[in-house]
Design a protein around this ligand. Structure first.
Ligand code: HEC
Ligand code: HEC
Length: 341
């Protein structure tokens, strides 16, 4: 399943890059049909073999995701910063943690985590399991040593039994907390959007403007060089020439000259729900984002070669924004878990 998913991603990247590089020319009808296939929603969520899905594990993970007692002062859950009412991220420019500390980066969404790898803006965690332990312990985030988190959960009989049932003989351990949370996160998928209905053949699902916007995204505006496939990301790192002073990926991969100021391409799913934008929340609106892309950003050695000035008319900018809005899922309802007491 994992392998199949990787193959699909690679194919998608190749297919869209071919189109991006060959095309200032308009997208031809047959190209459009094959392109639409590469943006189709996958039928299944990929789960790794070493942490397979079970409904019970996902339910436990959901409780833990909303569990404030996983933080030192019992005041902060994963969902505080990855807020389901706000596209599973935060409304502030950068996240604010336990002890009211402002963090250097914005909380990215946990939507479609099953298709994301590696994790964090700079890719420093390989898996969702490895990622999940970080924020619990980080003093600026939830400020709770993992050993203490395990003792606290073990002291709540309903949690102890719940872990015992799902992880027989192991019960509450840091790894099992991480496995349950990661399983839940993989079930958090962007819901069916008007764009998906269009991809599935309903021509009336999105406006003519959104259709033009999609053609610009994969064509002249070059966005699909990075925002590609059904989750609109290549899961790679790029310097898009913003004024940031955060060195991003260069901290993890100092030898790569293109890693300087490079961040992981975020998904565009539900992006209209998830302002402000970028790793530091520097753009307040999608219009601000487009003004940046129009200029190509700051020209420096690390900047991606795809980032060049693009001549877009006001109508074209508005078409691309309309297209991005067509990626917002309809009827999104998230139920809250009742936590053991
Ligand atoms: C205080 C706010 C805060 C809390 C609480 C928090 N996070 Fe985060 N989360 C962040 C920030 C900020 C980042 C980005 C950090 C970076 O990239 O350097 C992040 C990154 C992530 C990512 C990476 C997403 C991606 O696309 O790479 C995942 C997944 C995630 N958090 C899940 C969790 C889970 C699970 C918990 C609870 C155990 C949690 N977070 C608690 C702020 C928070
Ligand atoms: C060279 C690769 C690349 C290209 C081309 C590109 N993007 Fe991006 N995009 C990124 C990266 C990387 C980020 C995050 C940058 C950061 O945080 O500093 C990003 C961020 C965004 C965001 C903010 C998402 C969020 O959750 O904060 C939006 C919206 C966006 N891009 C839309 C577009 C559009 C529209 C185009 C075409 C006009 C485009 N991008 C072209 C790589 C690219």
């Amino acid at each position: 399943m994992r392998l199949k998913c990787l193959l699909i991603t690679q194919f998608t990247i190749m297919a869209s890059l071919a189109l991006v590089t060959s095309s200032s020319a308009p997208v031809q009808a047959e190209d459009l049909a094959s392109l639409k296939a590469t943006y189709k929603r996958p039928a299944q969520i990929p789960f790794p073999a070493n942490n397979p899905y079970t409904p019970e594990k996902a339910a436990l993970g959901k409780a833990l995701f909303f569990e404030p007692r996983l933080s030192g002062a019992e005041n902060m859950a994963c969902a505080t910063c990855h807020n389901p009412s706000f596209g599973w991220e935060g409304a502030s420019k950068t996240a604010v943690g336990a002890q009211n500390t402002r963090l250097a980066r914005q909380a990215p969404t946990v939507l479609n985590v099953a298709w994301v790898h590696p994790f964090f803006w700079d890719g420093r965690a390989e898996t969702a399991e490895a990622q999940a332990k970080g924020p619990i312990e980080a003093p600026g985030e939830m400020n709770m040593p993992l050993g203490d988190a395990c003792s606290r959960l073990t002291a709540i009989p309903a949690y102890k039994d719940w872990f015992e049932k799902i992880f027989p003989g192991e019960s509450v351990t840091p790894n099992n907390i991480a496995k349950a949370i990661a399983t839940f996160e993989r079930t958090v998928t962007a819901s069916y959007a008007p764009f998906d209905a269009w991809i599935d053949g309903d021509e009336s699902a999105i406006s003519a403007s959104a259709k033009r916007g999609f053609k610009l995204l994969v064509g002249k505006a070059k966005c699909a060089g990075c925002h590609t496939g059904w989750n609109f990301t290549d899961n790679k790192f790029h310097d898009i020439g913003t004024t940031t002073t955060d060195i991003g990926r260069a901290k993890i991969d100092p030898k790569d000259p293109e890693a300087m100021f490079a961040f992981k391409t975020p998904s565009l799913r539900d992006t209209a729900q998830r302002a402000p934008y970028m790793h530091n929340g520097e753009f307040a609106t999608l219009d601000d984002v487009m003004r940046h892309y129009e200029t190509g950003g700051i020209d420096r050695p690390s900047r991606s070669p795809l980032m060049q000035r693009i001549d877009l008319s006001e109508n074209e900018i508005s078409d691309i924004i309309t297209f991005m809005k067509s990626l917002t899922g309809s009827k999104q309802v998230v139920t809250l878990p009742i936590l053991p007491n």
